[in-house]
Ligand binder design. Structure first.
Ligand code: ZN
Length: 512
């Protein structure tokens, strides 16, 4: 019989704790919907006590996502657990996830508590949570650096109190695979009651070992792995769901009947969405979902792949939903073909959106004769996940050259009114951004600017990603166009619109 590993996705909690990531509740719901399509077993939707926004986000995920278990994080304190319970109200499959640190270093410096005190707190927290939900997960924070005997006592206590899942986190990413596997084996041996619960692990990538540690844990009896999409998370991030799932499915000769419920064809779409909404760009050489993961550069490799794919490919790009059929739509393709294509790509927007998307793609077809699937995808994402356009780019003109000071003129529409300005800058992008600032009256610091071609070729679509800071909050923006300066302007205006939305629609400028 197959042994099914539970995938506990914490993209919306640990992933959202990545430096610079800040998701609004609507964006969290969008990601949660895709995680449901990906068929994860558990979605950790947030840490409700930390902010009203997080509480709201968990509530909205509960309203919109029905199949997976929804978990809310809470420290081992009544007020945290009460807030988590409140966030999960009305949830079909709720789980309260409570935790306390068990390592001496955390006890001494962070909690200022004795081992006995921590033991009691852990037991009481689980017991308290159990009043509200059947499914209670307990995590021993920094388990991998805890004294083994004490860790086992805490786990035993949590199980006695009613925990259904026991999670063993390598909170600081310190473990070595063989050691971590050994730890899981020993816990199972010393605490026989773990047979009655699901044993889980949560690994971090500080040494790049999150996947290896998770796999070792699975080999030694862990039945749940905590993961994030694209491996985002605190510091160097968490175990990447796509890496775990594809390792298990690519090596049945080694892993035998160990499997997951994940729908692999949703992996690529999920990766794109998370990258877009978090502003965390996926590195090109990232396993499974990086732009180069299936690209063959050297002549010998290309020759091999053309003759027989398995010469250099251990996985098929299609298996993660990465369709590489170059030609999708030509100038004469109609609405029907377009709609069929959308479905094939896994998008299912309402009818009025389909029309809008169709016009966008047609517009692109006027500039280039064929549009590839990847290009179509970027445009669709831009349209579907659009924030309200408080400001909308009408036109821009740029005067630049190696002997001139770049000067931009920009026209932006704000509630039907055309606002125009001009400004100089250090380079053409800087000139455009300064001009936009003049028009909006808002000023932000640009932290990051990156540009990439969506596909190869001189007429490829350019995609610009930027990050701005607004009083310490980091906001990302993305823009797409065949013209890189237009893509740059769009990315900036996209970020500005997000900030205005965050301010509740007030674009009162910083000048007054
Ligand atoms: Zn973590």
């Amino acid at each position: 019989m197959a042994r099914v590993i539970q995938i506990f996705d914490t993209t919306l909690r640990d992933g959202e704790q990545s430096p610079g990531v800040n998701l609004c509740p609507e964006e969290k719901v969008e990601i949660a919907r895709h995680l449901e399509k990906l068929k994860v077993d558990v979605i950790e939707a947030g840490f409700p006590i930390t902010s009203p926004g997080d509480l709201q986000a968990v509530k909205m995920v509960v309203e919109n996502v029905k199949v997976p278990v929804i978990a809310a994080l809470a420290r081992a304190r009544q007020v945290d657990i009460d807030t988590a319970r409140q966030a999960l109200e009305g949830c079909k499959n709720p789980r309260i996830h409570t935790f306390i640190a068990t390592s001496d270093i955390h006890l001494k410096y962070k909690l200022c508590k004795t081992r006995e005190e921590v033991l009691d707190i852990a037991g009481s927290a689980v017991k308290y949570a159990k009043n509200f939900v059947e499914d209670v997960q307990f995590s021993a924070e920094d388990a991998s650096r805890s004294d083994l005997d004490f860790l086992c006592r805490v786990i035993e206590r949590a199980i006695q109190a009613g925990a259904t899942v026991i999670n063993v986190p390598d909170t600081v990413g310190y473990q070595i695979p063989s050691q971590f596997g050994e730890l899981i084996r020993k816990i199972k041996e010393k605490v026989p009651a773990t047979d009655r619960v699901t044993l889980s692990v949560h690994c971090h990538n500080d040494l790049g070992l999150a996947l290896a540690n998770s796999l070792r844990a699975v080999e030694n009896g862990a039945d749940q792995v905590e993961c994030t999409v694209n491996g985002i998370g605190e510091r160097a991030g968490n175990t990447a769901v796509e890496e775990l799932v594809m390792t298990l499915s690519t090596r049945p000769d080694y892993y035998g009947n160990i499997t997951t419920r994940i729908d692999q064809r949703q992996i690529y779409r999920c990766s794109r969405l998370v990258s877009k909404l978090t502003g965390m760009v996926v590195q090109p050489n990232k396993s499974i979902v990086g732009r180069n993961a299936f690209a063959h550069e050297s002549g010998i490799h290309q020759d091999g792949v053309l003759k027989e794919k398995s010469t250099y490919e251990i996985m098929k790009p299609e298996s993660i939903g990465l369709m590489n059929r170059a030609i999708v739509l030509g100038k004469h393709s109609g609405r029907h073909a377009f709609r069929v294509k959308l479905k094939e790509m896994g998008f299912d927007p309402p009818e009025e959106e389909v029309e809008k998307l169709f016009l966008r793609v047609k517009e692109l077809l006027d500039k280039k004769s064929i549009v590839s699937e990847q290009e179509m995808e970027v445009i669709i994402e831009e349209e579907l996940y659009r924030v309200p356009e408080y400001f909308k780019l009408c036109y821009f003109q740029i005067f630049t050259g190696n002997k001139f000071r770049p000067t931009a003129t920009v026209g932006i529409e704000r509630q039907g009114e055309l606002l125009e300005e001009a400004a100089c800058g250090e380079g053409p992008v800087d000139a455009i951004y300064r001009t936009i600032d003049r028009i909006t009256g808002l000023h932000f610091k640009l932290l990051d600017y990156s540009i990439k071609a969506v596909t190869g070729g001189k007429d490829a679509l350019g995609e610009v990603n930027i990050r701005l800071t607004d009083n310490g909050t980091i906001i990302s923006g993305r823009g797409v166009s065949t013209d890189i300066l237009e893509a740059s302007a769009k990315a900036y205006i996209n970020a500005v619109n997000k900030i205005v939305k965050k301010r509740g629609g007030h674009y009162g400028d910083d000048r007054s």
